[in-house]
Design a protein around this ligand. Structure first.
Ligand code: UDP
Length: 373
């Protein structure tokens, strides 16, 4: 069967590869001039630094099959993200751990003491946190919340933390030991040469053709037996019910010699500092050595029609609109909506790949392989 996949990011590549292996012919188009979507990486020609062009992407998963899958297409180097946060004129370790707690409160507590102490700070009257702020107050109390989460979250999401779902904060653990690994997953790493060659290797199959700088037009669907859409869900319907809200990011690039900040990611908790974080890209490839360094100051703002969407917002009004679009999507035959933009969810890369593998398997169960009988 002729399959059209709109978007050459992780979802399109993984689904396309599975269907191509099963004998279907996959045409993958993308409006941008490169593959990989927001996972795109490239080497800066002057310094040689591997750039995470659309912001930091660190691979982490507990899913053995997904880990084996990505390792089949790229050599992964060990990498653990150790994020720091600058707030109120001092630098702390994230996620909030025993070092953060001891430094912040000027104490020397052991794990159980810190647990009791933080429990004393927490607002235990909040039994069932309904939003981001309540979740933070319930688990870490007002002081830590205001220093590390409130300002950052207002900058990142452009709204009050009371309007955001508690699930966003649940991404971050609080630890009562000195483990400062940002993620707790069993498998963590970084592809040695960045994500672009990994995705290129996934796309490398005789049954796959990739066309870049190629926007989707409805006549393309007619020539295909099925469409996988990884562009914005509302975009498929020409935004005719209204636009789902996204945050976009602006990166202010600057260069220096040597080491600018000593780590890959430095968050800024203070509301008065306009950026959310600074990324120093060469620290994402600690096995390489470069004299020059490139940093991005990262700013978040509402996504306009011509901007690149990054984070789905999913506030109350988005949820109602989303439900309407989902109803339309379900009624649209011959099209499967996939990935972060196609399903309007905040997805990590491993979940994206897991879902893509399952989507491809379900499709093949339904239509069978494309091999001649
Ligand atoms: N967050 C925060 N302070 C920080 C880091 C994160 O308040 O220093 C909040 C913020 O609302 C953010 C969420 O926690 O959107 C999830 O953080 P994560 O680091 O997972 O965000 P990502 O790297 O996906 O942007």
């Amino acid at each position: 069967m002729q399959i059209l996949l709109v978007g050459a990011g992780l979802s399109g590549a993984v689904i396309g590869r599975r269907l191509a292996e099963a004998g279907h012919h996959c045409r993958i188009i993308d409006t941008r001039g490169h593959i990989g979507g927001n996972c795109f990486t490239e080497r800066d020609p002057e310094t040689g630094v591997m750039m995470h062009v659309y912001g930091p992407h660190i691979f982490h998963t507990d899913d053995e099959e997904v880990w084996a899958y990505v390792n089949g297409f790229a050599e992964f180097m060990p990498f653990q993200n150790r994020v720091k946060s600058t707030t109120r004129g001092a630098v702390y370790s994230l996620p909030i751990n025993l070092l953060t707690i001891n430094q912040f409160f000027g104490k020397a507590m052991r794990p159980d003491e810190a647990r009791d102490f933080v429990a004393g700070e927490a607002d235990l009257t909040i039994e069932d946190p309904q939003n981001f702020e309540e979740q933070a107050l319930r688990f870490v109390g007002r002081d830590l919340y205001e220093a590390f989460f409130k300002g950052y979250t207002e900058k990142q999401w452009g709204c009050a933390p009371t309007e955001l779902p508690a699930s966003i904060l649940k991404r971050l653990p609080v630890r009562f030991n000195y483990d400062d690994n940002y993620f707790f997953h069993r498998f963590q790493g970084m592809p040695r040469d960045g994500y672009t060659p990994m995705i290129a290797a996934i796309l490398e199959h005789p049954n796959i053709t990739v066309e870049l700088n190629t926007p989707y037009t409805p006549d393309m669907a007619g020539a295909a037996g099925h469409v996988f859409w990884s562009g914005p869900l509302d975009g498929f319907f020409d935004y005719d019910l209204g636009r789902l809200g996204y945050r976009t990011l602006d990166f202010e690039r600057f260069t220096c010699q040597g080491d600018y900040q000593g780590c890959a990611v430095m968050n800024y908790g203070d509301r008065e500092v306009p950026w959310t974080r600074i990324t120093e890209h060469k620290h994402f490839s600690p096995w390489e050595s470069h004299e020059g360094s490139i940093c991005y100051r990262e700013y978040s703002r509402a996504c306009g029609p011509d901007d690149i969407p990054y984070y789905p917002i999913r506030l109350v009004e988005e949820k109602a609109l989303l439900d309407d679009y989902i109803t339309r999507a379900e009624a649209t035959t011959g099209v499967t909506f996939v990935g972060r933009l196609g399903t309007y969810r905040y997805l990590d890369m491993d979940v994206t790949i897991r879902e893509a593998l399952e989507t491809a398997a379900a499709f093949l169960d339904c239509v069978g392989t494309g091999h001649a009988a």
